[in-house]
Design a protein around this ligand. Structure first.
Ligand code: PMP
Length: 439
């Protein structure tokens, strides 16, 4: 399709992209394998962000390709409601075994946004099933990103994502975030300062009356807002406040799940167990849309032993537990396990951290953050032109063969977990050159 004309680029309204700008210099991908994309102009582009934080096992992985082919020839679709198929049960069991603690009931969705909506609705309905229907309020955080559907957008705290859309879901409030603590700048790994910011939840409890609050949702490590790490002790403190007031704690692990931090889940990495965990992205390696929400057994039990009207959860998607997605997810988990990819963030963690922190002397770098195989590089904004410097960096890195992601003035990296040291060297040498150029 390389003979497309500018007008052919009009019918597809691109997500989170201004078509008008894209048309001027379309960046077209025609193939992908391992760590690389193949571009329409024939060049290779190293994937520094695992697709959109999702292709954790890299691209075109043989096991996954084969599983999808095989499944398409056996059972392409199964009605999602009042009918089942074996792979959905197999996958749910496997995921429940992988997830620590009692988070043993799994609800399937098709995206991170749907996982978040599902988690929020489970939280509210759970309280109702227990006779606490007065708990309906939801608490998110400033700068939080929980997808684009109405619930997730409302508990989210990214101003640009909210302000186009007028009135959002009512009964939502936001805690402060943990970003911008001066003492935490350039801290390698989890920062030391700011655990007390969790007490902002206590403030909201006093403001609203805690018995009206259903749930608190946080990304244990926030990716989309520019890689914001939880200070040591912060998540533990949130857990304690939730316990004190009977509030459910939801982790949005859409980015952190499936190996990003050097452990299967952030629940493992941080050692804090929430009541509900929302996941998606890496579950089926980004190949087929799929999400999974993990729920503590006692939450599921509350529905099963609740009033008759609550035994069926009146929520679900036509494609929940889709056989093709389940087959892709099972093959993805096989790949992660066979290649020890959940260990990779730990094994390469020091090398990665050294590489990230080595950018400290580059011009305009005001903070560097790393954890597992994830990095945030924060740049000094150009006065009067916020976001320009980072976006220029994105364009120049692309020209030099490296795909990065930017939000505001922050560059994020989150490569496929099959990354090796030579790829890390290439990525950071490229970034070093790019940062000098955009100075
Ligand atoms: N939650 C978090 C933490 C995310 O990072 C994202 C996607 N970046 C989402 C939810 C939404 O996921 P999706 O785009 O699959 O709907």
């Amino acid at each position: 399709m390389s003979d497309m004309r500018p007008n052919d680029l009009k019918a597809y309204w691109m997500p989170f992209t201004a078509n008008r700008q894209f048309k001027q210099a379309p960046r077209m991908v025609v193939g992908a394998e391992g760590m690389y994309y193949k571009l329409a102009d024939g060049r290779d582009l190293m994937d520094g962000i695992a697709g959109l934080w999702c292709c954790n096992a890299g691209h075109k992985r043989p096991r996954i390709v084969e599983a999808i082919r095989k499944q398409a020839g056996e059972l392409d679709y199964s009605p999602a409601f009042q009918m089942g198929h074996y792979k959905a049960f197999e996958l749910a069991n496997r995921l429940a075994n992988l997830m620590p603690g009692d988070l043993n009931t799994v609800f399937f969705t098709n995206s991170g946004s749907e996982s978040v909506e599902t988690a929020l609705k489970i939280a509210i309905a759970y309280h109702r099933a227990r006779g606490e229907g007065h708990r309906t309020r939801l608490i998110g955080r400033e700068k939080g990103y929980h997808g684009v559907n109405f619930g997730g957008m409302s508990v989210g705290g990214m101003p640009a994502n909210r302000k186009m859309f007028g009135a959002l879901v009512a009964g939502v409030d936001h805690m402060r975030h943990t970003h911008g603590i001066a003492e935490n700048r350039f801290s390698r790994g989890q920062p030391d300062h700011g655990a007390e910011l969790a007490d902002d939840l206590e403030r909201l409890c006093q403001l609203h009356d805690p018995s009206t609050i259903a749930a608190v949702i946080v990304e244990p490590l926030a990716g989309s807002a520019g890689v914001i790490l939880p200070p040591k002790g912060y998540l533990e403190r949130l857990r304690a406040i939730c316990d004190r007031h009977g509030i459910l704690l939801i982790f949005d692990e859409v980015i952190t799940a499936y190996g990003r931090l050097g452990a299967p889940f952030a629940v493992d990495y941080f050692g804090v167990e929430p009541d509900i965990v929302a996941t998606a992205k890496g579950l089926a390696n980004g190949v087929i849309p799929m999400g999974a929400v993990f729920v503590q057994e006692n939450i599921h039990d509350a529905f099963m032993s609740g009033p008759e009207t609550m035994v069926e959860f009146f929520h679900g998607y036509t494609f929940s537990g889709n056989p093709m997605a389940c087959a892709a997810a099972l093959a993805t988990l096989d790949t992660y396990e066979e290649e020890d990819l959940f260990e990779k963030g730990r094994v390469l963690g020091d090398y990665w951290a050294d590489a990230v922190q080595s950018l400290k002397d580059c011009p305009n770098v005001i903070d560097l953050r790393n954890l597992g195989l994830i990095a945030g590089i924060e740049l000094e904004p150009i006065a009067g032109a916020p976001t320009k410097r980072a976006f220029d960096a994105f364009l120049r890195a692309y020209e030099k063969g490296l795909l990065i992601r930017t939000t505001g003035d922050i560059i994020a990296l989150s490569p496929p977990l099959i990354i090796e040291k030579a790829h890390i060297d290439f990525a950071f040498d490229t970034l070093r050159a790019v940062l000098r150029e955009v100075a």
